[in-house]
Structure formats: structure tokens, C-alpha cells
Design a protein. Structure first.
Length: 94
């Protein structure tokens, strides 16, 4: 069963450039993962510091491989101090 993950992130206004630099790396590497169908970052129209990740995977095994990948761990470690609040993450079966 395919899995969809959404993540809403609020980035500190003065940390957006650093966030986007890290996001570019994780997006590129995640889209190259076996089992990743899409990995996108979208920006909220009215709020320059609000971002939305949309991820789609072939199955739960692909999600687990992504979550344990070195590039994802590095991304989480790098962005955590850049966020202004806890991310909102939702997981759906497709």
C-alpha cells in the first residue's frame, strides 16, 4: 500500500536561506531513493516562513528506508534549530 506523508514546517524568518539549502539536498537524495515516488517542498503563499513537504512512497518499507537514511537524519539534525515551532506531520495510506 502506498504511503503519503505531509509535513508542515515553520522556519525562523532569518533562517530561511539555511533551511532551503538543507532542503535542496534532502529533496534530491530522497527522490533518488528506491521506493520514493515523489518528494516535494512547497511554500505557503501568504507566509514566507511556512513550508510544506509532500512525500509519496511505494510502501511502508520505503518510508522506513527513508527515515533511517543518512541524508534524512542529517536534514533533521540541521533544520531542528531553524524551526520556530514543532512540525505538523501526517501519514496517509493511498
Amino acid at each position: 500500500m502506498e504511503k503519503i506523508i505531509t509535513a508542515e514546517l515553520s522556519v525562523q524568518s532569518d533562517k530561511i536561506e539555511a533551511f532551503l539549502k538543507l532542503a535542496k539536498i534532502v529533496i534530491s537524495k530522497s527522490n533518488a531513493e528506491k521506493g520514493c515516488l515523489t518528494y516535494k517542498l512547497l511554500k505557503e503563499f501568504d507566509h514566507e516562513n511556512e513550508f510544506f513537504f509532500f512525500e509519496k512512497y511505494e510502501n511502508q518499507k520505503a518510508v522506513e528506508a527513508h527515515n533511517t537514511s543518512e541524508h534524512f537524519k542529517n536534514f533533521i539534525d540541521g533544520i531542528t534549530p531553524l524551526l520556530s515551532k514543532e512540525p505538523v506531520i501526517e501519514i496517509f495510506n493511498a
